[in-house]
Structure formats: structure tokens, C-alpha cells
Design a binder for this molecule. Structure first.
Ligand code: AMO
Length: 441
């Protein structure tokens, strides 16, 4: 009988450690990314887990024929790490021998081994399993890993408990028509628009909770910022004295995460040419004042007093950056009519909520606020909105049996990533986007 022991994991050299092996022979595995023939030798680029490693093929030291290699073949190589001061990394890798593990059936229809994939967004997305192999394309998602890891690290340090709430639910949490229904053993069920109800319930259990998970929105329009499935970074915290504490927590979370990226994702940041925004403090402006400011500065007429037009969000960010230097801005006190039933109204002006959005480089990336925590107030608001209180008994259980004052936020991971990378379309920062026209790959 065989046994599998915990210490049986292969201990292989990572590409990033090669500088410690100068003068030695190493074995590495990866995919042949690009073969560039020069006079008398060839560059063979090997795509490894995180970096592309440049190897040199020469009949002088290589014991195989270059023709044995094909781009996108997967290989195991043996190479000598040779000191070379003229190289950017300080060494050269001389290919000695090679074992081909697999060969592609045919050549990729899209050229993926140049600096960028020169293709339309449709081609880029249609061939996603291949185009993501491009060094720059995949860096976006390595960076996205870093963003999620930075959030996790920060929230865990702040004593938030990570939760995993159901995505098949009996009712929508956010209202509106953008909800997917499904047949659940003959009953109507829905795909969760957000973990809102569950994260609130879990505040009654752990005080501070967070979740990073997919949510679903049946957006029927095709825009550059809407997806039908996106990754929502949610947190919810109890015992708050005001909704500003949530904005403070988010400011610290973003600051910590951006530092985390600078310390751990320099490779990706430079591949993607990203300038990390500096966060010292984030200005905050009331919704009404923001509307009026944009109208005045740009001589625009306000068409909708209850919501922002995308253009207004862009213009507001321009004004804020020009006047304060900040690429982020909090907009607070959104009209009650535009916020879901769980939002707490401002006791000083019931037409407004104790809520906020965070805009970054012209786009809303977060919504948050304080929630109603007493049973009476929540029931009253449901009734005022003409909603059936009976339908909400399961949600109201926490209010009925006692909840602390609390609030939280939801941040769109793809929106944040795309703005950090300065992309004009959220799909560039979405691994396999789901939109009205796209269900594959
Ligand atoms: P909201 O519906 O505003 O709030 O969503 C929160 C954040 O999620 C992102 N987002 C989207 N990203 C891509 N495609 C979409 N279709 C899409 N819709 C929203 C945005 C947005 O700011 N429960 C509340 C949050 C809370 O108050 O805790 C909620 O879901 O970045």
C-alpha cells in the first residue's frame, strides 16, 4: 500500500529565485512563450507561474534541436544560470536540455506573446483562455488577487470574520428589476444580488464580518461598467456611532491594500504601468452639494435630482482632483427614495439617508451606509414603501430579537481593478465576463 505524506510536495526552484543560483544548473518547468531567432543563437522565453524567464538556446551548449520546441509547448528544462552583468536581471539562462511534456494541437489564432494582445475587446474575450496567457493580461488578475488579499489581510487584522453566504435566495435584497430568477424544485428562487441580508444577520453573531464572493445582477443594458455577475467585497460592522466610521474603515482598508500592492506586486504594477494613487485623506461631499457643484462648474442643467448621471460622476471626480489632489471622493446623504429599504434615514432630514458612495477616477466603486437596526423602524419603513412585512419575517428576525447599530459597504472588485489599471471598460478587469451577450468562455 502507498501512503501520501504531507512532506511529499515537490520542492522546485521558482523563477524569481534564479539569481541565487548563479553558476549552478537548475530545472524549471513552464510553457514556451516565444522563440526569437537571432544570428547564431535564439531567445526562448519560458512562461512560469508569475514571470516570463528568458533562456538562451545555442548549439554551443544546448543538447537538442531548436525545432523540437513549439510555442505553447509545456516543458521541463535544465539550464545553467550564468552571471551576465549586461542583462537586466544580472544573469543569463543557458538551455542545456529539455523534456517536452505536451504540445499544442495547433498554433494560437491570436498572437499572445507580444507586449500587448493587439486585438479588439471581443477577440480578447472570445479567446480568453489563451489571451490571458499574455504576460500583461494575466498581470491584471495577479494584481486582482493582490487587491483581494490586501482587503482580507486588513479586515482580518481589524477582527472581521470571513463568511460565505448563500447565493440562491428567496428574495432580492437590493430591489429593482435586475434580479435573475430560477426554478428551485418547482418554487421560484433568485440569484443573490448581494449578501446584504446575511451580512447584517451575521453582525448579530460576530459584530464584524466580510465576504468576497460573486453576486448577480440581471442588467439588461450593455454598458462599460455593468456586469451580470461580479465579485462583491462586502463588509458589515456593528456598534458604530455614525456612518462615517464605515467611510473611515474603507479609507484605511484602501490605504493598507495599496501599500500591500506596492510591497508585494511591484512586478505586475510595472508591467501594467500603474501609478498607485496616494491616499492621505478622502474628501467627502453631500450628494445635493455635489450635484450643484457639477452643474455650476460645468454649466449643466440638473435633470435628475435623485441620482447621478455617469457623466456627472466623472465631472465631480475631475473637480475634486483639481481642487484637492484626491482621486477618490465620498458622496454622502443620498436621497432616501433611491436607497433600499434597509438604509437608515437621516434623523435630521428623513428625505436623505446616512449612506455614501465612493467614486474613484470617475466611477462609483462602493456603496455603503448605516442600516436600520430596530424592528419598529424597519417595519415602518417597509410599510411606508408599500412592501409586504410578512414577506420579510425571516430578514426581520434579527431586528425582532435585537441588533446593534451597524452598517457596511459593498465594493465592486472588477470596477476597482479596472480603475486602478485605468481601463475604460470593466470587462478588461473581469476574468470571464458575463454580460447580456456573453456566457462563454
Ligand atoms: P450596490 O448595488 O450599489 O450596493 O453595489 C455595490 C457596488 O457593487 C458594484 N456594482 C457592480 N459592478 C459591476 N457590475 C454591476 N452590474 C454592478 N452593480 C454594482 C459597484 C457598486 O458600488 N448592498 C449594497 C452595498 C452595501 O450597502 O453594503 C449594494 O449591493 O462598485
Amino acid at each position: 500500500m502507498n501512503t501520501i505524506k504531507p512532506n511529499m510536495i515537490k520542492n522546485e526552484i521558482e523563477a524569481e529565485e534564479l539569481k541565487n543560483y548563479i553558476g549552478k544548473n537548475v530545472t524549471l518547468h513552464g510553457s514556451i512563450y516565444k522563440i526569437r531567432k537571432m544570428s547564431g543563437f535564439s531567445f526562448v522565453l519560458l512562461r512560469t507561474k508569475r514571470s516570463v524567464v528568458q533562456c538562451i538556446y545555442s548549439e554551443e551548449f544546448s543538447t537538442f534541436a531548436l525545432e523540437e520546441l513549439m510555442e505553447e509547448s509545456t516543458v521541463k528544462i535544465e539550464a545553467k544560470v550564468v552571471l551576465e552583468e549586461r542583462s537586466r536581471v544580472g544573469y543569463e539562462l543557458h538551455l542545456l536540455s529539455i523534456e517536452v511534456l505536451s504540445k499544442p494541437f495547433e498554433e494560437s489564432p491570436v498572437v499572445i506573446h507580444n507586449k500587448r494582445v493587439e486585438a479588439s475587446i471581443d477577440t480578447l474575450l472570445n479567446y480568453r483562455p489563451i489571451t490571458l496567457r499574455n504576460e500583461r493580461e494575466r498581470a491584471i488578475f495577479k494584481l486582482q488577487e493582490g487587491i483581494a488579499m490586501g482587503f482580507r489581510k486588513f479586515l482580518s487584522e481589524q477582527k472581521f470574520t470571513e463568511i460565505h453566504s448563500p447565493k440562491i435566495v428567496q428574495m432580492g435584497a437590493e430591489g429593482g428589476a435586475n434580479i435573475f430568477s430560477l426554478n428551485y424544485f418547482g418554487k421560484e428562487a433568485y440569484l443573490a444580488q448581494s449578501p446584504q441580508f446575511y451580512k447584517q444577520m451575521m453582525v448579530g453573531v460576530f459584530e464584524r464580518v466580510y465576504e468576497i464572493a460573486p453576486v448577480f445582477r440581471a442588467e439588461k443594458h450593455d454598458t462599460s461598467r455593468h456586469l451580470n455577475e461580479y465579485t462583491s467585497v462586502d463588509f458589515e460592522m456593528g456598534y458604530i456611532e455614525s456612518f462615517e466610521e464605515i467611510m473611515q474603515m474603507e479609507t484605511s482598508m484602501l490605504q493598507a491594500t495599496l501599500h500591500f500592492l506596492m510591497n508585494n506586486y511591484q512586478n505586475e504594477l510595472s508591467l501594467l504601468n500603474i501609478t498607485i494613487p496616494v491616499i492621505k485623506e478622502i474628501p467627502s461631499i453631500k450628494f445635493i452639494e455635489a450635484k450643484e457643484l457639477v452643474a455650476k462648474e460645468y454649466n449643466r442643467t440638473i435633470r435628475d435630482m435623485t441620482d447621478f448621471e455617469p457623466e456627472e460622476e466623472k465631472l465631480l471626480c475631475e473637480i475634486i482632483e483639481r481642487t484637492t489632489g484626491s482621486e477618490f471622493v465620498f458622496v454622502t446623504h443620498y436621497p432616501s427614495s433611491k436607497r433600499p429599504f434597509y438604509a437608515m434615514d437621516d434623523p435630521e432630514n428623513k428625505k436623505e439617508t446616512l449612506s455614501f458612495d465612493l467614486l474613484f477616477r470617475g466611477l462609483e466603486i462602493t456603496t455603503g451606509g448605516q442600516r436600520i437596526h430596530t424592528y419598529e423602524e424597519q417595519v415602518e419603513k417597509l410599510k411606508k414603501r408599500g412592501m409586504n412585512v410578512e414577506d420579510f419575517q425571516s430578514y426581520l428576525m434579527m431586528h425582532r430579537y435585537g441588533m446593534p447599530p451597524h452598517g457596511g459597504l459593498g465594493l465592486g472588485l472588477e470596477r476597482f481593478t479596472s480603475k486602478l489599471c485605468n481601463y475604460i471598460n470593466v470587462r478588461y478587469a473581469t476574468l470571464f465576463p458575463r454580460d447580456i451577450n456573453r456566457l462563454l468562455p
